[in-house]
Design a protein around this ligand. Structure first.
Ligand SMILES: [Zn+2]
Length: 502
């Protein structure tokens, strides 16, 4: 296997502690680090600016290294793919050095970087793991985008392809105007995803309705997910999983017609991002991945109904009921699993009746909520905090660039602020998504929900996944209390809905 060619950089100066390594020791350590990682040091750069601690000192080897990194090769043509140093404080002398180094090393893809502690992922979005370097790398975002643009344009030019590939579903062949049939379908699918309908359910419907992709193929969950998550639907575009942004940091708006608003696309994105590597458990929470649980439940209340039979100590069994069928009954039965399966095995109830009563209760709750829905909160409470943090970071950067703030103060403070901003941005997206959900709820007339609730899906009825979402959002659980032995008349008073607080 070929080893990755890297350069070793060592520097000694007045501001580095005396007990640390001399330049030869640094190179030796760097060679060892490289060897551990399967890299080969092809050149050693050394600067000794111990005697010249002035700002205008030119570090010849540092500059030569940047040149080699940008070019991807040494003067005599030996390829260079990365850098090994002992620690980050060897690199920066002046604020500009970090930027110039980051710019040079990330100029092309596939670059590697390590210090004595190990390899660092330069392309990792998580700037926090980069320590001191993180603040600079995140400043590099815009340049990284430019690099990706450069590469993508180059690739297209090299392959002689026109811009774009297949016609995107939803648009006319000119890729600008909306297709009058496809665009409304895609828009509805996006709204449905936001309201909690599963991709599976939409895919099934499109397959039944004979909707095909722009290449004439049947839709799959995968292709549908790509279509609804493509930022093109709101006028933005993405290259390599990142939004293309202008110099101001805002997404570049394309010249084509949009199908939904950016907030709606963000709601879809945050919907799927929250589920990345996770599954949504039967109680609506997000849990770690368990492949078997991807199956869509076939019953309205599985995961919602629980056993209300008292145990010997007086507490309730509270086990999640399973669905069972018996020979003498066409309807499903909600049943407490046997003791060996974690339940008490002592409770069962007619599923059709439970489904009906709980459906009615949830619909009544929705109607009640619709009346008071005028007080929707549409302004995010932390907007001020978010704007303030961004403004403080900008001020800090300006002051630092002017030399008014030291590296020691700047980097930790910037990292803290960036962490805070990232957290708030995530919250903002979650909030935007919940506003979208609220809107699409209150826009969907509850009487229409009621009408479609009891229809078969083939006849325009609500898909089971949507009904389950409404139920999950209204209820924590339904406790089913025992009715005594023998076959009794169904008693709805023994169903105890546990409502979610609003
Ligand atoms: Zn039980």
């Amino acid at each position: 296997m070929d080893q990755i060619p890297v350069v070793s950089y060592a520097r000694i100066s007045a501001d580095i502690r005396r007990d640390e390594h001399g330049v030869q020791d640094q190179h030796k350590l760097n060679r060892e680090t490289a060897a551990r990682l399967g890299w080969t040091v092809v050149h050693e750069y050394t600067d000794n600016d111990k005697s010249a601690a002035k700002a205008e000192v030119v570090r010849d080897d540092f500059e030569a290294m940047l040149k080699a990194l940008r070019a991807g090769e040494l003067l005599h043509g030996t390829a260079v793919q990365g850098v090994v140093i002992v620690a980050e404080d060897r690199l920066a002398r002046r604020p500009g050095d970090y930027e110039r180094f980051a710019e040079a090393i990330t100029y092309q893809d596939g670059r590697v970087f390590a210090d004595a502690r190990g390899a660092k992922d330069l392309y990792n979005e998580d700037a926090e793991s980069m320590g001191l370097f993180g603040a600079v790398i995140s400043k590099m975002e815009v340049r990284k985008m430019q690099r990706r643009m450069r590469r993508s344009h180059r690739t297209r030019a090299e392959q002689g392809k026109p811009v774009g590939g297949t016609r995107p579903f939803g648009w006319m062949p000119d890729r600008l105007a909306l297709d009058p049939v496809e665009a409304p379908l895609l828009r509805q699918a996006i709204l449905d995803v936001i309201s909690g309908r599963s991709l599976h359910s939409i895919t099934m419907q499109w397959q039944r309705d004979g909707v095909t992709t722009s290449l004439g193929n049947l839709w799959s969950m995968r292709s549908l997910k790509l279509a609804v998550m493509n930022p093109r639907v709101c006028g933005w575009r993405e290259i390599n999983g990142e939004l293309v942004r202008g110099p101001d940091g805002n997404p570049v708006v394309g010249t084509w017609e949009a199908i939904v608003a950016p907030e709606q696309w963000m709601a879809v994105k945050s919907h799927f991002d929250a589920r990345k590597g996770h599954y949504v458990d039967r109680h609506g929470g997000v849990g770690p991945i368990l492949p078997l649980d991807f199956r869509e439940p076939n019953y309205l209340l599985t995961g919602t109904v629980r056993c209300g039979r008292p145990k010997a100590d007086g507490s309730l069994c509270n086990t999640s009921l399973r669905v069972s069928h018996t020979k003498d009954c066409v309807q499903h039965i909600y049943l407490c699993p046997a003791k060996s399966a974690g339940g008490c095995g002592g409770l069962g109830r007619r599923g059709d009746m439970v489904d009906l009563y709980i459906s009615e209760a949830v619909l009544a709750k929705l109607e009640e909520v619709q009346v008071s829905a005028s007080s929707d909160q549409t302004v995010w409470a932390k907007q001020g905090e978010y704007d303030g943090a961004k403004a403080r970071l900008e001020t800090l950067r300006t002051q630092w660039a002017l030399g008014n703030v030291s590296n020691e103060l700047f980097f930790p403070a910037a990292a803290d602020l960036e962490k805070q901003i990232a957290r708030l941005r995530t919250e903002a997206q979650g909030f935007a998504a919940s506003v979208q959900r609220q809107r699409s709820r209150s826009n969907a007339d509850v009487s229409e929900i009621r009408r479609r609730w009891f229809l078969a899906e083939e006849d325009g009825g609500l898909p089971l996944t949507v009904k389950r979402t409404y139920i999950r959002e209204a209820l924590h659980a339904v406790i089913i209390h025992p009715c005594g032995g023998g076959r009794k008349k169904f008693n709805p008073d023994l169903l105890e809905p546990i409502w979610r607080e609003d």
